[in-house]
Design a binder for this molecule. Structure first.
Ligand SMILES: [Zn+2]
Length: 295
């Protein structure tokens, strides 16, 4: 599981920067994986093999979450050069430039201030890099506890002491429909569904979840002419996918769905509950060692 194909900024906040992996590191990782006889396959091939109880080892399927523009500018040429199939799970709200990149906004605020004060008077020390990293995580927790509907209004209140461009990122972070059309003609690329709004399923009704997923399906069909068959659950680290969520996605007819649960695919793994391995600039060697040891 990757997100962004770009070089992490060492001056930035690691919690954001760890979503980036540079093309050089990805190439190094692929070389190392191939040296250990790993083979890169499409999601369809991976699932087909896992269902057949064939003695096949070390297949890797590359997935990229969210639909960042660098997947097109840096990722596509790199994967082409390395001859690696890949799946990009696209959140269509990003494509439409309607996203609220609050994690980037928060990073900017903690990096450009020595102390951050929220509307309720809570203050966070940001005088050193270490303090900034901690402040980011602490304020992130505050944001995650805000009512997620009309988040913009709540953020504007929270950061009332700071001049913030809430449109930030919408002009340059997401893929465009034209780029997706081009990617859809690229044999190595698969385009998957990552919902419209990247909503957290917790606290949403089944109808709201289905509507958000269906909206992404419809928009991708309309603008790119692709019917998405592969899905990735939109939420992060700790929130495990509930059996109910899996059933819900199954009912929508996807061929596979990927979670962020840590693990690898083996015979009997439910294709609608695929575990993944999150690789970063810092952990990829360790992850690869683990694969080589266990698979
Ligand atoms: Zn995501």
């Amino acid at each position: 599981m990757l997100h962004r194909v770009d070089t992490p900024d060492p001056e930035g906040i690691w919690y954001n920067q760890h979503l980036k992996m540079s093309p050089q590191t990805i190439e190094e990782m692929v070389d190392e994986a191939r040296r250990h006889k790993c083979r890169f396959v499409t999601l369809d091939e991976l699932v087909e093999v896992a269902q057949q109880k064939r003695s096949v080892r070390r297949l890797i399927s590359v997935t990229l979450d969210d639909g960042y523009r660098d997947n097109y500018t840096h990722g596509a040429p790199l994967f082409q050069q390395l001859k690696i199939p890949y799946t990009i799970y696209v959140c269509t709200k990003m494509v439409k430039g309607e996203m609220l990149y609050w994690w980037d906004i928060l990073e900017h605020i903690v990096l450009t201030n020595d102390r951050v004060t929220l509307n309720d008077g809570q203050t966070f020390d940001c005088s050193t890099k270490e303090a900034k990293e901690q402040a980011f995580l602490d304020i992130r927790e505050v944001i995650l506890r805000l009512p997620q509907d009309n988040l913009l209004k709540h953020l504007q209140k929270l950061f009332c002491h700071y001049p913030v461009d809430y449109q930030t990122g919408n002009d340059w972070l997401g893929l465009t429909w034209e780029q997706l059309q081009e990617l859809s003609r690229e044999p190595l690329a698969t385009i998957g569904n990552h919902t419209y709004s990247h909503l957290s399923f917790t606290g949403c009704t089944d109808a709201e979840i289905c509507e958000d997923i269906q909206r992404a399906t419809d928009e991708m069909q309309e603008h790119v002419g692709v019917r998405t068959r592969h899905f990735a659950f939109p939420f992060g680290e700790a929130s495990a996918v509930s059996p109910h969520d899996v059933e819900l996605v199954k009912s929508l007819g996807f061929t596979t769905s990927a979670t962020t649960n840590h693990g690898y695919v083996r015979y009997g793994t439910d294709p609608l509950e695929l575990p993944r391995l999150f690789v970063t600039e810092r952990n990829w060697r360790q992850v690869l060692e683990w694969i080589v040891k266990l698979c």
